[in-house]
Design a protein around this ligand. Structure first.
Ligand code: KIV
Ligand code: NA
Length: 280
């Protein structure tokens, strides 16, 4: 596989070929993504919940994000690597946003950073990152989990004309600010389609219907690594790794308790007969 760059993604977009994105949080998921044909890997701040067991993305620090992003980057040779700027790492000032973006690129080896929101303050932060550091930015609007408290929870966005209009305005302003991609999360298909049509940059949908320029899903959801009971409506489950994981551990634990493992014909080290006689 050839290295995917921003230019590769723009070419796909121009050719109307769908762009695929998957999240990854550590070296093993990075390797799995790298051994696939996926175009882009996102070290999303969903890391906080799916991989670190926190109850929200608010608890993730920039240092922890960098630690995980660096691990993912060590596994990648071809996908384009994007990392989320965690909650609190860009909200305070333009210089904080630039410093955080630089740290993720420098220490985490990300090629692009993602920020949630499309307000005028966020546009200003993005402008600063793009212009002062030359770091490509991916925007994220619609359901933005970092603002879940002010959104009143994890709710579908853009269901009213007023909300949809606001999303159009945000998308256009973000495009003008120089973002390279826009993630659209949990919006009706017609809204995802209309926003994609008015923009000249790719949209990556998650629960945004069929007509966005690409799709993103959370790795833990599609392989069900956490054996979870509740997943969002837009999730398609491709494997049940959580079950396979605990089945394997169970089998091993039973083998140990029944002395089935280790099997001397397969798992033991041999020494020459003479040495064995001496040791006996
Ligand atoms: O953190 C994340 O995984 C994300 C994707 C769902 C877009 O932001
Ligand atoms: Na995120």
């Amino acid at each position: 596989n050839k290295k995917t760059t921003l230019l590769t993604l723009q070419k796909k977009y121009q050719e109307k070929a769908p762009i695929s994105m998957i999240t990854a949080y550590d070296y093993p998921t990075g390797l799995a993504a790298n051994n696939s044909t996926v175009d882009t890997v996102l070290v999303g701040d969903s890391l906080a919940m799916t991989c670190l067991g926190y109850s929200s993305t608010h608890q993730l620090s920039l240092d922890t994000m960098i630690h995980h992003c660096a691990a993912v980057s060590r596994a990648l040779s071809h996908p384009f690597l994007i990392a989320d700027l965690p909650f609190g790492s860009y909200n305070c000032s333009n210089s904080q946003a630039i410093n955080s973006a630089i740290a993720i690129v420098q220490k985490g080896q990300a090629e692009c950073v993602k920020l949630e929101g499309g307000s005028s303050i966020i546009i200003e932060r993005i402008n600063n990152i793009v212009k002062a550091a030359g770091i490509p930015v991916c925007a994220h609007i619609g359901l933005t989990p970092q603002y879940s408290s002010s959104l009143g929870g994890f709710k579908v966005q853009g269901k009213t004309l007023k909300q949809a209009q606001s999303l159009f305005d945000q998308a256009l302003a973000l495009q003008n600010a120089g973002v390279s991609l826009i993630v659209l999360e949990a919006v009706p298909e017609i809204v995802g389609k209309a926003i994609t049509r008015i923009l000249e940059i790719p949209t990556i949908g998650i629960g945004a219907g069929r007509f966005t320029s690409g799709q993103v899903l959370v790795i833990s959801d599609i392989v069900d690594i956490n054996n979870s009971t509740a997943a969002p409506k837009f999730v398609k489950k491709y494997a049940s790794l959580g079950k396979a994981y605990s089945d394997a551990i169970n089998q091993y634990a039973q083998d140990v308790s029944q002395r089935i493992y280790p099997d001397p014909s397969a798992h033991n080290y041999a020494i020459p007969q003479k040495n064995e006689d001496e040791i006996k």
